[in-house]
Design a protein around this ligand. Sequence first.
Ligand code: DX5
Ligand code: ZN
Length: 222
Amino acid sequence: MINPQMPPVMISPSLLAADTAVLGEAVSGIQRAGADAVHIDVMDGHFVPNLAYGPDVVRALKKRTTLPLDVHLMVSDPAFFIPIFLKAGADWLTFHVEAAGDKTGELLHLIAQSGAMPGLSLSPGTPVEAVLPYTDQCGMVLVMGVMPGFGGQPMHPDTLARIAAIRRAAGPRLHIEVDGGVRMDNAADIRAAGANILVSGTAIFAANDRESAIKTMRGEGK
Ligand code: DX5
Ligand code: ZN
């Protein structure tokens, strides 16, 4: 960790890479393997060219795990979906600054008022300055390492510099989450840049030993 005051390092495996036929078992399995949260991607086929998990899935998984449900909305109309996913049981709820425009502040407030942790995400190509005015209202900023929509892509090379810029501007309190292209061999650099929540789909679900993959990403053992 670059700063002893920084929030703890946490690993949030992305269910996009899990076997969707047995999602409940996937969640129980990553909890046993030591995950800190469960990352659930929501895609509307409009903000991104893919479709993924609806509120019924969140509601069902809530009964299967005590881990925080880390719900990532990749939708064009976050104002419509936020109340739905709060009701379904999201513990951390993140939407994209590109979609929310001048409603960003009010939507962060709505999430915070419900007791969930508000998160704001930015895609590669969106200047970090777009989220900086809101960091005081955010529990976390989610820096996308890839264009949202699909797992298994390599991390965009300027992601580390973007994480570092947000950490510098926002200070140690903010959770900075990174999503897309997180692997065992780049996790240390991602943590050193100032991120403390690592989302990983492919690298965790493809690992033979998920417990050791999670430990490696957290910077333990090895
Ligand atoms: C991409 C999703 C990610 C995705 C990451 O739009 O938001 O959560 O599952 O997948 P990997 O870890 O395979 O890059
Ligand atoms: Zn995601």
